[in-house]
Design a protein around this ligand. Structure first.
Ligand SMILES: Nc1nc2c(c(=O)[nH]1)N[C@H]1C(S)=C(S)[C@@H](COP(=O)(O)OP(=O)(O)OC[C@H]3O[C@@H](n4cnc5c(N)ncnc54)[C@H](O)[C@@H]3O)O[C@H]1N2
Ligand code: MOO
Ligand SMILES: [Mg+2]
Length: 426
């Protein structure tokens, strides 16, 4: 048999891998990309290439937590029961200033919130708890009660010691991380560059979003969906359009894409049909095929290969299978290439909100809505969740994992769910 005939023969005889095995075959080729430097204001959503250690203690000085007076707590021991302690005010410290005088017994400094507490002072008394007077030309502050040492003073290094790890490599930068980077004077952030992901669809039936609907055709909804999904996990999508079911066209498109991008994702044409060209194309050169069947529904025909070190992920054309295939295989690869510390969807436990009776000898990934009732997380499977159904994808917060079983699962059962990115719509 020549390679084309072999490919045809193997079309119907595929060896199905477990999802975890298929994932690990892909991850082996999802290599970390190079580092690049981005300005702080453009770093949100990117993955840190290197850990960040505190270059100095934070706060860098003992900081007042109140507008008031900095003084020695020992000076206030005698205050109370109508007896005030009067201290000479020797300094006035606004935010941004350096104290001009140390605090000694019998003295205090007026100080504002956020200003540096002078040496010698161990407490700050808020303005409302003080009185002032002038005594022999000297400004004095009166304290009515004994004060505890340490009150309203944030010590130097309270939040972070110098050299302490603040942000580990692989962390996705969010608003709070940006605050840390800004506070430590890091205007340029070392991140991993975004993987460039070539995306194209196959299918003679496909129309572009701008085209009017004509009999027998459908609009290509998978490509724009994939484009958004790639963006969502930090990749840079490159849209390569849709091609008709023609293997020669597909071959050259795949070849050019593999040479130009970090990952190539296709959708459609991976099953056993007469026009399922992507499946045929990948089987032609089966030496570099990672798998072409996975024990999952939807997406059992998901196919993957690696050519010249580049991953080619051929997802199913059925929208539900394309969506699930992306989350289980493409997303983790795109994230791992950016060094993300958590490339896989997080696994949560939820209570099943409604019976789910479809049985299968493959693991099912059922799109579902999440809701919280009285502190308990519930997952409601989409009423129609067939692989070919597109419209319920939009209401999915998670994928319920239904292991292969003889019978279905019932409302109230505890189930494992894979949380999809984004907010729970409820
Ligand atoms: N005899 C068999 N038939 C099928 C099998 C099988 O094992 N034996 N597997 C079924 C399963 S499972 C799936 S999933 C689909 C997989 O289909 P393909 O990946 O080959 O995809 P296509 O044939 O190209 O299209 C399937 C379906 O999806 C629509 N489609 C395709 N591309 C897009 C797009 N970009 N946007 C929106 N919709 C798209 C296409 O029009 C078809 O309706 O095969 C089963 N068949
Ligand atoms: O790949 Mo199909 O989606 O398993 O149903
Ligand atoms: Mg097909």
């Amino acid at each position: 048999m020549n390679s084309k005939e072999e490919a045809k023969d193997s079309k119907f005889h595929r060896k199905a891998l477990q999802v975890a095995e298929a994932q690990s075959r892909i991850m082996e080729y999802a290599k970390l990309l190079q580092m690049e430097e981005v300005p702080l204001d453009q770093s949100v959503g990117r993955y840190l290439a290197e850990p960040v250690y505190a270059p100095h203690p934070f706060p860098a000085f003992n900081r007042s937590g109140m507008d008031g007076y900095a003084l020695m707590s020992a000076d206030t021991e005698e205050a109370g029961e109508g007896k005030r302690v009067w201290l000479d005010v020797v300094d006035n410290i606004p935010c941004g200033a350096v104290p001009a005088a140390d605090i000694r017994r019998g003295t205090a400094a007026r100080i504002m919130t956020g200003a540096q507490v002078p040496a010698g002072a161990d407490t700050v008394v808020m303005l409302e708890a003080t009185e002032s007077r002038e005594e022999g030309g000297r400004l004095q502050v009166g304290i009515r009660k004994p004060q505890a040492a340490g009150k309203n003073v944030t010590p130097r290094g309270f939040e972070l010691k110098e050299g302490e790890l603040v942000l580990p490599a692989g962390r996705m930068i969010k608003a709070g991380d940006i605050a840390v980077l800004a506070a430590f004077g890091i205007p340029l952030v070392q991140v991993i560059r975004r993987p460039r992901v070539g995306i194209f669809a196959t299918g003679t039936e496909l129309l572009d979003v701008h085209e009017p609907l004509v009999p027998g055709k459908i609009r290509n909804s998978n490509s724009p969906m994939l484009e958004a999904l790639v963006r969502e996990c930090g990749g840079e999508p490159v849209m390569l359009g849709a091609i008709v079911d023609d293997i020669e066209q597909a071959r050259s498109k795949v070849q050019i894409a593999l040479e130009s991008y970090d990952v190539v994702i296709t959708t459609g044409g991976v099953s056993v049909g007469d026009y399922d060209i992507m499946g045929d194309l990948i089987r032609e050169n089966s030496g570099d095929m990672l798998f072409n069947k996975v024990t999952m529904r939807p997406g059992s025909v998901t196919t993957a290969a690696v050519r010249g070190g580049t991953l080619l992920l051929a997802l199913s054309g059925n929208p539900g299978a394309c969506f699930v295939g992306f989350h289980l295989f493409a997303r983790p690869a795109i994230l791992q290439m950016q060094g993300a510390d958590q490339p896989f969807l997080p696994e949560w436990t939820a209570v099943l909100g409604a019976d789910y009776n479809k049985v299968n000898n493959y693991t099912r990934f059922v799109r579902a809505r999440l809701e919280i009732h009285e502190g308990q997380l519930y997952a409601y499977p989409a009423v129609i969740d067939e692989s070919s159904v597109m419209v319920t994808i939009k209401d999915s917060d998670c994928l319920i994992v239904i292991p292969p079983e003889e019978r279905g699962v019932s409302a109230g059962d505890s189930v494992k769910v894979l949380k999809l990115p984004g907010e729970i719509r409820g």
